[in-house]
Design a protein around this ligand. Structure first.
Ligand code: PA5
Length: 450
């Protein structure tokens, strides 16, 4: 089987080999710390060997339940936020037809919709309205079981489901994925008799795509979770601590981004040339942003869809402040074949392209952009994917998780906490008058003059 690969030649105009080599020791040590559990946040390392440790019985149950539900339901609403939905959405969008959600092309398949990742009244109203005459169910995912956005959304959608099907039948349409003991969702699930899957204590949200959190929605959407896990196993093996820097692409990527960061490139833009990867970049941004952005440090992860965004962000990338480097996900083979037709009149002057594949034109835009950006001062890292399928996505997921752990340790931060996420929540609770926030309520009301 082929594999994804990494090419850092495009950073060599910006950093010397000596600078790169100077980080090898700390990178290898950081990888070792993930394996021997001597780094910070070491009680959240359950993802490191996970591809080889997935509970076979649970996996079979996930596949069986997903297959049964996709026979009986047309729509499953996956309720979750951050790490509790982005991994599943990244994989499902990458593997789906671009238009299936508009044209309902996949009538034979269950459609996955998402909610609980915002508090927009319009979004909630419209999804409730849309579901009104549909045959649907809910998968609610929250490790803590107390996150406000999914909790409110679950209350509202469950209410609709109860009204439509009656409480008992509604309960059979609800799956809860949460902590095995703690949290409001666990209590509710036990009381209402929902089918449940557990999230392991030692796996945080953004590292949880290879648990039921990601696997169940991906299986529901009809995709091959075994192949995804096989892919993850490949880079789980190939990035182990005994695989040294020259052979270990997770280490190479972590070194490349850290040396660029040290030289003032503080923004990493992930670029794709296939819009199916749009949500993959959203998952990647959360993985790196929430893991590294702390203690006043961290590379800011951003993303663009090319060539679309060459006509909006292209100018800045080419010519703006030189603090950006680019990581391009390049797809060698698209799943479809389409060529430019010949036109007798040739009024658009495009006959020089007739008979050539759209992919070839896309590829030339990719190579042309890479050189233009390098020449303009944007270091380039390239990740090649032979094609978009479950196996290579599994490889990519594990590769990025591993690289993220290594990179964050190199930076000197704990990759597995997210203390900054609490601040907005505390203010929101104080403003809404939640019990226990009385002092904060007084202070913040004064600040807004109420
Ligand atoms: O990566 C993380 O830990 C977070 O993004 C969480 O996944 C997110 O905040 C949702 O948390 P929970 O699953 O507890 O509702």
């Amino acid at each position: 089987m082929d594999k994804i690969s990494l090419n850092i030649e495009g950073i060599k105009n910006f950093v010397t080999n000596d600078e790169i080599n100077s980080l090898i020791e700390i990178a290898e040590k950081s990888n070792l710390q993930l394996h021997d559990k001597t780094g910070t946040g070491n009680d959240f390392l359950g993802w490191v060997n996970l591809p080889f440790e997935i509970d076979k019985e649970e996996l079979e149950d996930i596949k069986k339940t997903a297959a049964e539900l996709s026979q009986t339901l047309d729509i499953m609403v996956v309720i979750g936020i951050g790490g509790s939905y982005l991994g599943a959405k990244a994989v499902i969008e990458a593997l789906s037809n671009n238009f299936s959600s508009y044209a309902n092309l996949s009538k034979e398949k269950l459609t996955v919709l998402y909610a609980g990742h915002n508090i927009s009244e319009d979004y909630l109203f419209e999804i409730i309205d849309f579901l009104n005459d549909k045959n649907w169910g809910i998968t609610v995912i929250s490790k803590s079981g107390t996150t406000t956005e999914p909790a409110i959304t679950f209350r509202m959608l469950k209410n609709e489901l109860d009204k439509k099907y009656g409480k008992k039948s509604a309960s059979n349409r609800i799956i809860a994925i949460t902590d095995k003991e703690k949290g409001a969702l666990r209590e509710l699930a036990a009381k209402e008799n929902y089918k449940t899957y557990n999230i392991a204590d030692d796996i945080g949200g953004r590292f949880s795509v290879l648990t039921a959190v990601g696997l169940f929605p991906i299986a529901l959407a009809g995709f091959d979770v075994d192949a995804l896990i096989e892919g993850a196993k490949y880079y789980c093996k190939e990035t182990k601590s005994e695989i040294k820097s020259d052979k270990n692409i997770a280490i190479t990527y972590a070194i490349a981004r850290n040396i660029l960061y040290q030289k003032g490139y503080i923004i990493e833009v992930m670029a794709n040339y296939n819009p199916k990867l749009h949500y993959f970049a959203e998952w990647w941004k959360q993985l790196f942003g929430e893991s590294e952005g702390k203690d006043g440090k961290g590379i800011f992860p951003a993303s663009v869809d090319f060539t679309t965004d060459l006509h909006s962000m292209g100018q800045y990338l080419q010519d703006g402040k030189r603090i950006i480097f680019e990581t391009v996900i390049s797809i060698e083979n698209p799943s479809r074949t389409l060529a430019v037709p010949y036109d007798k009149g040739n009024l658009d002057g495009l006959n020089y392209l007739s008979g050539r594949r759209v992919h070839e034109i896309n590829e030339m835009s990719e190579i042309g952009t890479m050189f233009a950006h390098i020449d303009g001062g944007v270091p380039n890292i390239k990740i090649n994917l032979p094609e978009i399928n479950e196996y290579y996505l599994g490889q990519l997921i594990y590769f990025f998780e591993k690289a993220c752990g290594i990179s964050a340790y190199m930076l000197g931060v704990n990759p597995f906490n997210q203390p900054g996420v609490e601040n907005y929540k505390n203010n929101m609770f104080a403003l809404l008058g939640k019990k226990g926030f009385e002092e904060e309520t007084k202070k913040i009301k004064k600040r807004i003059g109420r």
